[in-house]
Design a protein around this ligand. Structure first.
Ligand SMILES: Nc1ncnc2c1ncn2[C@@H]1O[C@H](COP(=O)(O)OP(=O)(O)OP(=O)(O)O)[C@@H](O)[C@H]1O
Ligand SMILES: [Mg+2]
Length: 222
């Protein structure tokens, strides 16, 4: 008996943390066996290399580290988190709600490549993480779709206006715009469920978005 894995994905500052928490709390209140995980798993030894990358140790342009190398940094973090923290819960039938997953590599690393290279990269990525590393395949990927300009402002708000707190992905608007193109492409190619989070140029309310995320989750758990 294996559990279920529901992934919340989206650009930086798209509300993944907010929606993961809300979904976890609703499922928990219903009495479900549910656990929340988050990637990167900051603070874990396995996250050290990706943390260095995000803070410019290998260069301040995301393109300074090629997508295959950067992907392995993040994949190792997931491997460690799975084996050390949630494998047993999942294998006993629990529901895992993940804030980011392999799908973040898909978005953030495709953004470094030409579009003609995306399918080849994605095919490599999912074979590597799901088949070769043996990480669980999600039952649903819920893509929180936002405009990069709006998510940039939300992040600035979260960092209380201190732009210096943004990492090398977060502070790079052209890169985030590429990520948005890649995320939209992945949604079609990989059959993610898109939840449109913007209405009339602004974020929809947390509760509205949550209601839609919950309904997609219920369908995936049914
Ligand atoms: N629907 C919403 N309306 C207004 N503000 C929101 C909404 N959702 C999230 N926020 C706020 O926007 C900021 C970014 O949200 P959150 O931290 O959940 O995003 P994230 O996708 O987890 O970001 P990151 O990619 O940086 O981890 C937070 O300050 C959060 O409170
Ligand atoms: Mg977050």
């Amino acid at each position: 008996m294996t559990g279920k894995l529901i992934v919340l994905e989206g650009l930086d500052g798209s509300g993944k943390g907010t929606q993961t928490k809300a979904l976890y709390e609703t499922l928990k209140a219903r009495g479900a066996r549910v656990m929340r995980v988050s990637f990167p798993n900051y603070g874990s030894d396995a996250a050290k290399l990706l943390d260095d990358y995000l803070h410019g140790a290998f260069g301040n342009d995301p393109a300074d580290v090629n997508p295959y190398a950067a992907s392995t940094f993040f994949a190792i973090d997931r491997y460690a988190s799975f084996h050390l923290n949630w494998k047993q819960f999942y294998s006993e039938g629990g529901i895992i709600i993940a804030d980011r997953y392999t799908t973040s590599n898909a978005i953030h690393q495709c953004a470094k490549l030409e579009k003609a290279q995306w399918n080849g990269f994605l095919d490599w990525l999912f074979k590597y993480e799901y088949e070769q590393l043996g990480l669980p395949v999600p039952d649903a990927v819920i893509y929180l779709r936002v405009d990069p300009e709006v998510s940039q402002k939300l992040m600035t708000g979260r960092y209380e206006g201190d732009e210096g707190k943004k990492d090398i992905h977060e502070c790079n608007l052209p890169y985030l715009k590429q990520c948005r193109l890649a995320a939209d492409y992945c949604t079609d190619y990989l059959h993610w469920r898109a939840v449109e989070c913007i209405a009339d140029g602004a974020m929809r309310s947390i509760d509205d978005i949550h209601a839609e995320v919950l309904s997609v989750t219920d369908a995936a758990l049914a």
